[in-house]
Design a binder for this molecule. Structure first.
Ligand code: BDR
Ligand code: CA
Length: 325
């Protein structure tokens, strides 16, 4: 039995690594990919997703999502992910334009096609899922579980001083998603910065991935190495040294395996109106709100074990044949 997974992402360097991981995972069937505006504009994200889907042999609809957040102006992170979203990588043109359905519609139809089975994985802003919840408020009861990369709990932000990128781009959407899933049969799992920033790629990690590129000759391996060099340069410019925080694959791997971290229940909400803190994810550690926990937050990550697993899975995923467009 494989696990059907719908991935909503703003590819994005670490999104691309997560997609490659999922495409190669023997227990996963990617049931749909929704392109989200975020790291770059939605047209560039969609192109990246289409090309990766073709090169990785992902046999699933790839749908273009909304071009802008629910109410905020779109901000993009070309400095972090490069002008096209994949750093220094050069991608071929996709040979298809993808699925004609809106991203929100694909969420709904895929969940309806797999009642109680579909894992939803949000690796970018929450715009498409918020729109999907407007179309079908039953979604929280239709999904097996929702897994989110987003937020920073008791941790500095990476976008504003207290806000994390995926929440900061569309705080209203993130707030609406958390509200809609409150009381769902399974609490969403939130992988926020204090967990995902433990996954630090170093020059040794990059060398191992370069080894995979040399051994397999797979174009996606080269894309990932060239993309990651940009990510390292960005982190170095931000004062972190020659390394990169690689967020999305940990959340994907935990969604699929349940491993590499533990979870703890917490009541979390999104700040929408703070003068300095818009987009902050606020966790009510002492229960002051009197609300039941609405998410399970990733904690106690085992980063070395995870990075070993990830690199092995990427090696396996990219050894299975050198696809071209
Ligand atoms: C998140 O923001 C994006 O830039 C990354 O792809 C990741 O999903 C980390 O804050
Ligand atoms: Ca992302």
């Amino acid at each position: 039995m494989t696990l059907p997974v719908l991935v909503d992402c703003d590819t994005g360097i670490d999104d691309a690594i997560a997609l490659t991981y999922l495409a190669g995972h023997p227990d996963v069937r990617i049931a749909g990919v929704v392109s989200s505006a975020g790291n770059v504009e939605v047209a560039a994200v969609h192109r990246n997703n289409l090309v990766l889907a073709e090169l990785l042999g992902i046999d699933a609809p790839v749908s273009r999502g909304a071009a802008a957040p629910l109410t905020a102006d779109l901000m993009t992170a070309d400095d972090t992910h490069g002008p096209q979203g994949l750093g220094h990588a050069h991608l071929p043109e996709p040979t298809t334009s993808g699925d004609p359905r809106e991203g929100a519609q694909l969420w709904v139809e895929t969940a309806r096609a797999h009642p109680g089975e579909l894992v939803g994985l949000v690796l970018g802003p929450h715009t498409n899922l918020a729109l999907a919840l407007e179309l079908d408020p039953e979604l929280p009861r239709l999904l097996r579980r929702l897994h989110i990369m987003g937020g920073a709990i008791n941790h500095r932000g990476n976008t504003g001083p207290t806000s994390e990128w995926n929440i900061a781009v569309d705080p209203e959407a993130a707030q609406q998603v958390l509200a809609a899933f409150t009381g769902a049969p399974q609490r969403p799992v939130l992988g926020s910065l204090e967990a995902t920033e433990t996954v630090r790629f170093t020059s040794a990690t990059l060398s191992r991935l370069q080894g995979t590129a040399d051994r397999t000759g797979h174009p996606v391996a080269t894309i990932l190495v060239d993309a990651l060099r940009w990510y390292f340069e960005f982190h170095q410019a931000d004062g972190f040294g020659w390394m990169a925080h690689v967020h999305d694959p940990l959340v994907a791997a935990h969604a699929v395996t349940g491993g590499f971290a533990r979870t703890r229940p917490l009541a979390v909400d999104v700040e929408l109106t703070g003068m300095l803190t818009r987009g902050q994810t606020v966790g009510d550690e002492l229960g002051r709100w009197g609300r039941a926990p609405n998410v399970d937050v990733l904690t106690d990550v085992r980063p070395e074990e995870f990075i070993d697993h990830l690199l092995q899975m990427l090696q396996d995923a990219l050894s299975g044949g050198n696809r071209s467009l």
